[in-house]
Design a protein around this ligand. Sequence first.
Ligand SMILES: C[S@@+](CC[C@H](N)C(=O)[O-])C[C@H]1O[C@@H](n2cnc3c(N)ncnc32)[C@H](O)[C@@H]1O
Length: 772
Amino acid sequence: MDTLPDLLKEAALKLHHSKPPPPEDFTTDSLQTELFKEQKYAKLAASQKGKKPRQRSTRADLIDNQQKDQALDTKELPSDYVKAFKTVITSEYKPSSKGLDSLTPITVNDLLVGIIHRNNYIVLRTITDPVRKTGIKTIVEDHEGLADTLTLFNVNYDLDDQAFLPINSYVLIRAPYYTLGVYGYYGVRCDHPSDIIMLHHEHNLVKQFSWPALPENMDTVLTCEVLKDQGNTLFSEKKHQWACTKYTTALQQNESLKEQNLDMWVALHSNRAVCRLKIFQYEGAISDCEEVLKCLPKNKKAMFLKARAFYFLRRFDKSARACEDLIAEYPDLDEANNLLDECLDRLRESSRGDYDFRSMEDKARSEDVARLDHADYIGPVQILQCRDPAKGRGLFATRDIRQGELLLCEKAFVVTTDTPKRYYLTFNTVRKEVFSGPRAQLPCQLIRFIYDNPSTANSIMQLDSGGRGKRSSNIRYTPEGQPIIDAFTVSNIVGNNLLELEGVPLGLEEKEEPKEKEKDDQRETWGGACGVWVMTSHMNHSCLENVGRTFIGDFVIVRATKGIKKGDELFQSYADVTKPLKDRQYIFKKMGFMCKCAMCRYQTYMSTKENQEREKAVKNFTKFQDASTKKIAKMSPDLAPQVRKHIDIIFHTYSNPAFCTELLRPYGVLSTLQFTSNHLKGCANSLCRIVELVAGCDPLADEEFEPKLWLSEYVYYFLYLCIVFDLLEDKKNYENCWKKAKMILGILSGVGYESARIEEAIRCFRHSMRLY
Ligand SMILES: C[S@@+](CC[C@H](N)C(=O)[O-])C[C@H]1O[C@@H](n2cnc3c(N)ncnc32)[C@H](O)[C@@H]1O
């Protein structure tokens, strides 16, 4: 067990943390080179636009290649092999909104390269099992027996679950887009889930054509009993999507089942509802339950599953009401009583912000991917239109807010982590952008979730997409009832609103404390997580932010870093504020705005000469710049004068010493050298000086610490100062710094500084900084 001084020392000595690098093949340079290659392919494909494919692969070749891909999928790969899952976007086309009766069917032979056949649909039958790339790829044939490739994107969350498109399924693609695909083959590609309709064998749109006969035994129509048993077996094997498909087929194949065999019909709906709860199709589960309840209003299973589905949808009030109805019928049903208790806890959390942060943090630490079960709390803030219309909407204080007050505690709408051995890549040749890792994986999950649960879609579709696609207030449906979700708009919304949890997994893979050596290795493993938090996304940017953000599992916790007046806007920073102006501006430009905060204005007006001189001075400090704290601690204290000289040079490049962030690192190095050589007073002076220069206020003043520029790094400086003043037996300054460290830690760790015990705060903080 760590003692408090140990915790303090470790937290204090960790002055800088950085995101671990990606695997070698996926560095910025290699991805850039690959993007150029993809742009060339896109040009080549464009030159064939409107033509028939130059050379169509034979059915045998297509099947052969698919089998090779399948073999690769199942092959045991070397332990250090990272497989790339690649998506290339060469056109951001819109989903179709037309009804099928206004579209005419076409065949594979009619497809033209680079064309979205807007007035058509195509019915295809799969002739292989699918392989999972980023999308799902399979080989299909039309009713004339002509084969081609079909790739569906954004259709599934679960990588190991290929049940979406088993062999011999019929699929209809609305407005098919025929293109030269990612892997160099022609094929139909579909990015929007509402352009896909799965059809059963007996469907009129299948039967309108006469299909080539299937190999023997493959066209047997199975009875409901057999399909249900198959579904149940698949469910017990945790193949939930497959099981769901079986129950659906049983229901679709026999439209009069309800009249003929009500028990079977109820069982199929109930079983499908259970599966749907497992695959995030909560609204589908609710509609299954409601079907059953229409006939049997007191059906216990359907009543309970419906209450559960509302809970998973985070409609805690509806879930509580459904529980109450259930308890009225079955008062002793433990599951219902327990679920009701959970709902009441959630409702309390959302109305009072009443969380046990300690247990949240414990849970986050003990799970691999910590998706926590709590409600959202929206504190004294509201969304309003900004005075500057170009800024859109923002978050504003509804009353005066104290420093440290909890403003938001919000669960991620969607969150993804790096998957070991898999690396996701999205190349967008239209926008000349590459996304990698969880960022590339996020849109697919989001699209699928809102497609399956369309009542949740509006909150996402109303977020800002950085001017790429309009905000839509209400999602529309195809005449066949599918929600129309434009995958590219969602992807752009993700790009403009995601938050990164730098190098921080949502939970730790290791259940036990790693040994000393492993700790460092672990920090080096490449990793990352990102997500979208809807309410938090409404906060506009300022480098001089007035809120602090922490993540506990998939929750973001937002607290005020200074007093905020009623009606004032809340700002978070979208960029690392310690980075030079031009690096920050690069990020803002990509998001379509320029920051006009006091720091940006001040740095903009500094002369080019001044900036160049500073850049040069900082570059000369490289030797120390890249060294780890541990390394610096081992350096000779005789280097201190040299570091001090560098500090002087950099300092004198500022015509007006405000926001001297370039001095953070040199002063960090100097204070470490001073500490290790026992020059404690000098160390305290260095730490105070840098806080004063960057924060714009005296760190040892008696009053509250309200920095102009908020940095999480201050916590290190104050903890460090505590250690130094303790050693110097300077009780007054020790207590002063302790109070301030506690306040900052309270904000950074999410636990709330008034109630936080420091050990707890440090533990949370260490966790969020991945210091374990
Ligand atoms: C995450 S959204 C923030 C909420 C957004 N204002 C809205 O109306 O939904 C990011 C977008 O807000 C706008 N924005 C954020 N901070 C801004 C600022 N300081 N100045 C101007 N526009 C800003 C930009 O259009 C940016 O792409």
